[in-house]
Write a new protein. Structure first.
Length: 527
C-alpha cells in the first residue's frame, strides 16, 4: 500500500513538473517528465491516456515531432475500443494527420481523415464533421487534387458566431487558399483578414502561427513578395516567442526562400545556417533543406553547407509525400546540383521523373524552369504546359514572368538569340515589377550587357567615387551599404534611422540614377 502511494506520488510529481515546463515553453523537458510519469511500474488506464495526450502535445512542439507516432497509434486503438471516447479518437486522428504531413507521408492522410469524418457523422458531431471536411480540403490541395478538394469545402456551408473560433479561423483560411489557387487575390486577402480578426480570441498560438504562415504562402502564390515576407516574419516571431522548436527551423527556411526570391542572398543564407544549427529533426525539414539550402549553398559557393543540405533521402521523402509542389522544388534543386557537378544525364532523368508525377500547381515554377535550363528536349513541351496552365487565371503575373523566362532559356538552347533576348527582356521587366529580383537577375544574365543598360540611361559606367555630383551625402552612405549586400533593416540600424527613411533614400537614389531596382546599382556605379 505504501509502495502504491509512493508510485502515485511520483506520477503526480512528474506530471506537475511536465505541466510547469510546458507552460514555460520548455517542451523537451515537459516531454521527458511526462515520459517519466508513464514509465512508472503501475499506471492505470485513465492516467496513462491523460498523460499520453500531454506527451503528444509536447512532442509535437519540440524538436522531434515524429516521436509521437507510436503514442498516437496506441491511444487511437484504446479510444476506438470505447464508444464514449469517440471524440477523443477524432482529436487523436487530427494530430496523426498533421504528423503524417511532417513525416512527408501526406499521401497517407486521406484515409485517416475519411475515418474521422465517418466517425463524426455517426456521432452526429456537426462541429467535428465540419472540421474533418476542412482537413480533407486542405490535404487534397496539398496533394494537388484540386477538383476533389472543393466539394469538401462546400460541404461545410456557412460558419458564424455560434461556431468555435478555431473552426471559423480554419474555415476562412481554407477559403483563402482556394481563392489564391484560382488567382482571386482580393477574395484570398479578404478571407485571410477575417481569419486574422479572430486570432485575438484564439488561445492556441500554434494555430495563429499557422494562419500567418498560410497568409504568406498565399501572398507568394499571388506574387506579393513583400506581403509574404511580412507575414512569415509574424509567424516566425510567434514561433520564437513560444519556442516551437521544429517550427522555428521550418519558418527560418521559408523566410530564407522569400529573401532569396527578393535577391537578398546574404540574409537568406543566415537563416539557412540558423536552421541547420538548430536541434530539430523532422522529415519535412530534410526536404526543406534540400529545396532551399541547395540553391543557396550553390549561390554562396559553400561546399560544407551544401553537403549538409543535399541528402539523397530528401528526394525519397519528396516523392513519398506525393505533394506536387514539394516534388517540383526538391527535384529542381537536386537537378541544379547534378548540373553543377557535370551529371547532365542524372539531372535530365530526375527532371523527367518529376514531370511524370507533377500536375500544374500554384507554386511549382522551379521544375519547369530547370527543365528549360537543362532538361531533355522532349520534356520541354510538358514542362511549359505546367506554367501556361496558370496564365489564364485572374492573377497570373508570376506564371507569365516564368513563362517568358522559360521561353528565353528554350530559345537560347536553340541558338535563337533574337527570340531569347526578347523573352529575357520581358521576363526581367515582369520580375522586377514583382520585386522578384533573383529571377530578374537570371533573366538579365541572358541579355547582352549593353542591352540591359537601357534602363540606366547614360550612367552605366558612373564610377563609385563620382557619386558626389549625383547623390546627397546620406544617399551615398545608403548606396554604399546596399552595394555591400545589406538589407534596409540592417542599413537603418547602422545609420540609426527608420526603415521607411531608408526606403525613401532608395527611391531617391533610383530616380536620380534612372534605375528601377536596387539590384542594378552595382552596374550603374561600375562596381
Amino acid at each position: 500500500m505504501v509502495r502504491q502511494r509512493t508510485v502515485a506520488n511520483v506520477l503526480v510529481a512528474h506530471e506537475r513538473a511536465g505541466n510547469v515546463a510546458h507552460e514555460h515553453h520548455f517542451y523537451a523537458a515537459a516531454a521527458q517528465h511526462y515520459q517519466d510519469a508513464l514509465n512508472g511500474a503501475t499506471v492505470v488506464s485513465d492516467d496513462y491516456n491523460r498523460i499520453s495526450q500531454k506527451l503528444i502535445q509536447a512532442l509535437l512542439l519540440s524538436g522531434e515531432p515524429s516521436a509521437v507516432n507510436p503514442l498516437c497509434d496506441r491511444l487511437l486503438t484504446a479510444y476506438l475500443a470505447t464508444p464514449d471516447n469517440s471524440t477523443k479518437a477524432i482529436e487523436i486522428m487530427l494530430k496523426m494527420i498533421r504528423q503524417r504531413w511532417i513525416d512527408s507521408k501526406t499521401n497517407e492522410t486521406l484515409p485517416i481523415i475519411t475515418q474521422a469524418m465517418q466517425l463524426a457523422e455517426r456521432m452526429d458531431e456537426q462541429g467535428l464533421w465540419m472540421w474533418t471536411n476542412l482537413m480533407m480540403h486542405n490535404y487534397c490541395v496539398l496533394l494537388g487534387r484540386y477538383d476533389e478538394a472543393t466539394p469538401f469545402l462546400n460541404n461545410v456551408g456557412k460558419v458564424g458566431n455560434k461556431h468555435a473560433v478555431s473552426l471559423r479561423i480554419e474555415y476562412y483560411g481554407q477559403w483563402a487558399a482556394e481563392a489564391a489557387i484560382t488567382g482571386q487575390a482580393a477574395k484570398a486577402y479578404r478571407y485571410h483578414k477575417r481569419a486574422l480578426a479572430l486570432v485575438k480570441h484564439e488561445r492556441d498560438l500554434y494555430r495563429v502561427m499557422g494562419i500567418w504562415h498560410d497568409y504568406s504562402y498565399c501572398a507568394t502564390i499571388l506574387g506579393d513578395v513583400a506581403l509574404a515576407k511580412s507575414c512569415i516574419e509574424r509567424a516566425l516571431l510567434i514561433a520564437r516567442q513560444q519556442h516551437f522548436l521544429w517550427s522555428i527551423s521550418h519558418l527560418c527556411l521559408v523566410y530564407a526562400s522569400i529573401l532569396a526570391l527578393m535577391g537578398e542572398f546574404r540574409s537568406a543564407y543566415g537563416y539557412l545556417l540558423e536552421a541547420l544549427s538548430a536541434d530539430a529533426r523532422a522529415p519535412i525539414l530534410e526536404r526543406a533543406f534540400a529545396e532551399i539550402g541547395i540553391p543557396l549553398a550553390l549561390h554562396m559557393n559553400d561546399e560544407a553547407t551544401l553537403a549538409k543540405c543535399a541528402h539523397p533521402e530528401a528526394l525519397t521523402l519528396a516523392f513519398q509525400s506525393e505533394e506536387p509542389e514539394c516534388i517540383s522544388s526538391v527535384a529542381a534543386a537536386f537537378a541544379k546540383l547534378y548540373g553543377v557537378q557535370g551529371d547532365r544525364e542524372g539531372a535530365q532523368a530526375l527532371l523527367h521523373r518529376a514531370l511524370e508525377v507533377v500536375q500544374p500547381a500554384p507554386f511549382g515554377w522551379d521544375l519547369p524552369l530547370e527543365v528549360a535550363r537543362q532538361g531533355a528536349s522532349a520534356d520541354l513541351p510538358r514542362a511549359r504546359n505546367l506554367l501556361e496552365a496558370r496564365t489564364g487565371l485572374p492573377r497570373s503575373g508570376v506564371a507569365r514572368a516564368c513563362l517568358s523566362l522559360f521561353d528565353a532559356h528554350a530559345a537560347q538552347r536553340e541558338s535563337n538569340v533574337f527570340v531569347a533576348h526578347a523573352h529575357a527582356k520581358d521576363a526581367r521587366e515582369r520580375f522586377e515589377a514583382l520585386h522578384w529580383h533573383a529571377y530578374a537577375d537570371e533573366a538579365r544574365s541572358l541579355l547582352p550587357h549593353v542591352q540591359d543598360g537601357s534602363s540606366t540611361s547614360q550612367r552605366q559606367s558612373l564610377p563609385f567615387t563620382d557619386m558626389q555630383s549625383v547623390l546627397t551625402l546620406r544617399e551615398q552612405q545608403v548606396a554604399g551599404f546596399v552595394l555591400r549586400g545589406m538589407t534596409n533593416r540592417a542599413i537603418a540600424l547602422e545609420l540609426s534611422i527608420s526603415e521607411n527613411t531608408v526606403e525613401t533614400h532608395m527611391s531617391s537614389i533610383m530616380n536620380r540614377l534612372g534605375i528601377r531596382s536596387r539590384y542594378q546599382l552595382g552596374d550603374v556605379l561600375g562596381e
